[in-house]
Each structure stands twice: as C-alpha cells, then as structure tokens.
Design a protein around this ligand. Structure first.
Ligand SMILES: [Zn+2]
Length: 657
C-alpha cells in the first residue's frame, strides 16, 4: 500500500476522539487506554507479555481451525449501500477436539449459520456475537452442532449483510465519480477492514483461495482481486476465481461503470470511461515494469496484472490487491512523473502478497521491502538520478519521523504492548525498512544481495512470516555466508532499536542539492528567481525546493515563488501537497482558496491529512480546519475521515517523546 499514512491510523471509524483504542501501528494522542474499550494486551485478547507471533487484531482462533477456501455469493445493493449474500468458509480443523469457530466481523448483520461435512448437507449451527472492541469489531462465535464430526475440512456457510457504514466500503454517489451518472463502490480491506464486508478469520497469518459470484445492476461491472475477464459480458452477474492463497487483507471488490483498455500482453487498466485514455497513457510502462520485476525477483505467479483507477475518494495512493492494484487518480500527472507508485504496487506482488507479514507488528517486511524494490525498479527503468531524488525525499521524511515519533515506536518491529496506547509509528516502516535493506546491499554488494532477496521470496512464497524469521534467514544466508562484513547485532539494531543506526549513509542527489541551493539562495535574496535554471527540474526537485524554504520567509517572497513556479495552479499532486502543507504551516493566506480546492479535489490521505493537521496546528486555524473538514467529509472514505479526526486529536495534544 502507498503511502505515508499508517495503515491502521484509521482502523476504526468508531475509535475517534474519545477512544484511544490501542494498536502498535496506529497513531493518535497518547493517553491512558479507554476503559470503554480496554487494552488489547490482556489474557482476553491474547498472550501477555506481548507475543510477536500472536495477532492481537483478530478474534479468530487459528489454533482450532484455519480457512482454506472462501466462496462468496454477493449482491451489490447501491440504494441500501449494502452487500448481502453468503460467505462459505472451508475450514480445516487444527485441533481435533475444537468445537467452536471464532470469526471476525464489524457491523455485519448475521442472518444464519450452517455447516456441512465434505459431500454432506447443511445443518444449522448456533451462532452468537462474542467479544466486542471498538478497534477490532465483534467476534462471531459458531458452535458445531452435536453429532457433527467432520473428518477433515468442512464448510461453514454464513448468510449476512453489511451495514451502510462498513469501514472497508465506500459507496460513492454519482456526483463523486468522474462520470457523474452512476454510483460506484470499492473496498479497502487492509489492515483489518475485510471483516466489515465478509465474516472471516481476518488475520494475515491465514491464507486461503477464493471464488465469488457478484451481482450488480445490469449496466455495471464488478471487479475483484481475482481473475478479472476484460471480455466479460456486462450482464450484471460476474464470476471470479483466485486460485492463489491470499491473506484476508487482499480481498477486494469494486463495482461501477468501469471500462478496460489493454496496456501490454498481461497488463491493462480499468477506469471510468472519462479517465480511461489518460490512465492508459500515464501507465503505459506497466508491462515493462512487470517484465523487469520478473527478471530481477523471479516469476510473477499471479497471472494478469491490471490496474483499477478509482475516483479521488480512494484513501491511499495504491492498494496492491493481487492481479488488480487499486490506484488513486491523483497520480495522473500527465507526464508519467508519479509512476513510482505503480512500481510500488507491482513490487508488492513479491513482498507482501507472496511473502506476507504474519501480524501487523511486522508490516515493515511488507512495506519496507516493497519500498526497497520500488527504488531498484525505478533506478533500472528511469535512471539512477530519478531514483536518487525519490530516495532523498524519503530519507528526509524518515528524518522528520525520527524527530517526532516517540523513541519506543521507532523500531521496525516494535514490541509495543497495545495497552501502551496508540503507536504513532507514522510511516517509519516504509523508509526505515527500505534504507535497512539498502544498507545491507551496500555492505554485501548487489552481486550477493540480489540472490539473497530472490531466495527469500522463493523460500517463503505463500507464507506469512515474522521479523524473527527474516533475521534468522539473513543471519544464515548472508551474514554467516560472508563472514566478517556485518553482524546479527548490527542488523538487530535496525529491527529493534530506535532511529537510524549511525553507520547508515544518507542518499544524495545532485539535482536535489541544486534545488536546495536554489531555495536557500532565493530565500536569502542572493538569487533572483528569474536566474534560476528550473526548466529541467523534475516534480521531485520542485517538491524539494518547497520543503527547503526556510521558516519565516516573508509573504512577499512566498508570493513571488508561487507566481514563478505556479505552485497554486499545479495539477501535480505531489507538488500541490508539499505546497499546501507549507501554505497552512506558514498561514500564507493568498493561497487559502486554492488550498480549500485542493482539500475538496482529493480524498487520498497522503495529500490532505497533513494539510488539515498543519492548519489545525498553526495556532490560528483550528476552527477553519474543522469547518473545511465538515464541509468535505461526505466526499471522503470512512478511513480518511477517521485519519483526519485523529490528526485533529494529534494537533490538540501533540505526542510527547
Ligand atoms: Zn505498499
């Protein structure tokens, strides 16, 4: 997933101001755990002390049963804003004596449950709601009926419907789509939102295959993280199969007025008709990326690789739903300058989708490794200069996190008891993970490090693993294979220590250095804007220029820079983001109208949450930030709404180090 907003930040739409429900990944104001929700690290919610192999964010008892396969039969009901139908789980007993199946749900209406042995017929099963938690949702407890003694895997069928407020689903009315004539719905299951649209074992520790039948209004099509058929007749009934086992957070669905255009042999793009041409042009390099990634990191095992370009309300940059990445339209820059996002989602086909973090504590294995692969792909496809520009910007972001994130949350694998309050880890696991792997690469050389990474993917394909598995594998296959270069203790410092170890080398970029010099020269009055040679600057160099302008710059100078570069008129989302954060921080009032448009145009968290937070923190505009949010919240995904509300909490009560 991209980018830069912790993925659990908005786990719970309910866990807003008053609820400090706990997570090692989410962030919000720190305070004592709310007794209404309780800390997760209690015997009720899992082992105490903290056990890194235990998933504290799931009610599922995977020592009793594990899901092997899921069959969905769902109707998409736009007026009711609901999915309804049946989820049939094929469960394999792990403990032969277990009689109770525990599943995750959130805001689901469960109508019935029934079980049948392989080849048998269904019998009703008693079911009830169990433990409830503001962050986790609600446990669904199903008892196997008396006399039901399956030998081996059996089926559990649950009839249910989702609620209109399901945290994974955004139901867009026609006016919030590009076309403006048809509604559209899409899901975002990572990290623990799948349970809001399917009752299941919602933990990345379990992988299952799935098939689905999805019924939509006749003129629409449905797509899933499965074998989408670009040629499917638009008849309102669609069938899907996902033969590769996936963790629950990669379940995905969308339905709307979508059309398809091919990019390459195995690649293509789905979008509303209004965005199709621009999308196919912007992402024309996707097939080359796929071919290169296969050459470097081993076969792409998923069949097709397509993109789904969503409306602006999609809360993330992208979501690596297998076979069909969901993508924000904010990267349609018109110049292919933001396609590293596609490289990122594609790279997840190896890191994350193929080799998965066992629990969310180890998300760096997913996002850090993917960020590393992204930089490598960008370097080969677009050259070292461009990759280095992005490395430097990511390094700068990491340094900012090191300055602001409390030390105990700065480990890549932070053993933070959820009862400590919310872990404001920000996005450290992306960049710190990337620079950890780049550091190892530098120590051992690519000729040794590349085969190591490829063998990691091969060895742990289709598995869910922990940081400790990685450290052991690293120790055996790299550190001890080439002794005397790097120690296990040095690696452990990255994984379990705060900050960035002292021997890490900061990346450099000549073009960004020139842009920094330009920013400082302009700010001090030494250089006139007209004398700056900015014609060949990349958007990344422009972003760097904005971020390097010193504090206290006069309104006149900001106005001159805005006029010269056209920041307020920029349609490049990264430039706009960097600019409006500064506009809000510095209270540069002339750009406030354009900033307000920006907050309405985009729904991607990375682009708007920091702007809201900067406004709320600048000492004057708390009321304005709340008013702008309230006017726009109907345009935003539930995940985005929750993230902005948490940003307001942070602004009101900054986290102490
Ligand atoms: Zn990612």
């Amino acid at each position: 997933m991209t980018f830069r907003i912790p993925l659990l930040a908005a786990l719970s739409v309910m866990a807003l101001f008053s609820v400090v429900s706990s997570t090692v990944l989410a962030h919000a104001a720190e305070s004592a755990p709310d007794p209404a929700t309780g800390p997760l690290a209690t015997p009720e919610f899992g082992p105490v002390p903290y056990d890194p192999a235990h998933d504290y964010y799931s009610f599922a008892d995977i020592d009793a049963f594990v899901t092997e396969h899921l069959v969905l039969d769902l109707a998409v009901n736009f007026p009711a804003r609901a999915l309804s139908g049946t989820a049939t789980l094929r469960l394999r007993p792990v403990d032969a004596n277990a009689r109770t199946v525990r599943l995750d749900t959130r805001d689901l209406v469960i109508e019935s449950a029934a079980v049948r042995p392989a080849g048998g017929s269904f019998r009703p099963a008693d079911h009830r709601y169990g433990r409830r938690h503001a962050l986790l949702g609600q446990e669904l407890v199903v008892e196997l009926p008396e006399g039901f003694e399956p030998e081996g895997p059996f089926e559990l069928a649950i009839r249910y419907r989702t609620s209109p407020g399901a945290s994974a689903l955004q139901w867009l009315p026609p006016e919030l789509t590009s076309g403006g004539h048809h509604p559209l719905v899409f899901s975002q299951s990572q990290a623990i939102h799948a349970r809001s649209w399917v009752p299941l074992q919602d933990t990345p520790a379990v992988r299952f295959t799935y098939e689905a039948t999805v019924r939509t209004p006749e003129h629409m099509i449905a797509v899933m993280s499965a074998n989408n058929d670009p040629e499917a007749a638009r008849d309102g009934e669609y069938h899907f199969e996902m033969p590769q086992p996936i963790p629950s957070y990669l379940l995905a669905i969308a339905a709307g007025n979508l059309v398809f255009a091919p990019i390459g042999e195995d690649t293509g793009v789905y979008a509303e008709p209004e965005l199709l041409e621009a999308s196919a042009w912007e992402f024309a390099g996707t097939q080359d990326m796929l071919d290169l990634a296969e050459k470097r990191y081993g076969p792409y095992d998923w069949g097709r690789y397509d993109l789904l370009i969503l409306p602006p309300a999609f809360p993330y940059g992208g979501m690596e739903n297998p076979r069909l990445s969901f993508i924000t339209p904010s990267v349609l820059a018109g110049d292919r300058s933001l396609v590293s996002l596609i490289a990122h989602e594609l790279a997840h086909s190896w890191s994350g989708n193929l080799v998965t973090n066992r629990t969310w504590r180890d998300i760096w294995l997913n996002e850090g490794t993917t960020s590393y692969l992204t930089a490598r792909l960008m370097e080969e496809l677009y050259g070292k200069d461009r990759a280095d520009e992005e490395r430097v910007l990511d390094w700068n972001g990491l340094q900012a996190d090191v300055d602001t994130v409390p030390a105990r949350f700065q480990a890549l694998a932070a053993d933070v008891l959820p009862s400590d309050g919310e872990g404001p880890q920000q996005s450290m696991y992306y960049a710190k993970g990337q620079f950890f792997l780049e550091h190892l690469e530098e120590q051992f050389g690519r000729e040794r490090f590349d085969p190591f990474i490829t063998s990691w993917f091969e060895t742990f394909s289709w598995q869910s693993v922990t940081t400790e598995t990685f450290l052991d594998y690293l120790d055996e296959h790299l550190l001890r294979a080439y002794p005397g270069i790097y120690t296990r203790e040095q690696a452990a410092e990255w994984l379990y220590g705060p900050g960035v170890p002292a021997d890490a080398v900061a990346p450099t970029s000549a073009t960004l250095e020139a842009s920094t010099a330009a920013a400082l020269g302009f700010a001090s009055g030494e250089t006139a804007l007209a004398d700056l040679d900015t014609g060949a600057w990349s958007p990344q160099a422009t972003v760097n220029f904005i971020e390097r302008l010193p504090a206290g710059l006069s309104t006149e100078r900001l106005a001159a820079a805005d006029e010269h570069f056209g920041f307020s008129a920029s349609r490049n989302a990264e430039i706009a983001r960097a600019w409006y954060i500064q506009v809000a921080k510095r209270r540069y009032l002339p750009a406030y109208p354009a900033m307000e448009d920006h907050l309405a145009r985009h729904g991607r968290m990375k682009l708007i949450v920091p702007v809201y937070q900067a406004l709320a923190e600048n000492g004057e505009d708390t009321a304005l930030s709340h008013r702008l949010f309230n006017e726009r919240r109907g345009r935003y995904h539930p995940i985005t709404v929750a993230a902005i509300e948490k940003a307001f909490v942070r602004a009101a009560a900054p986290v102490a180090p």
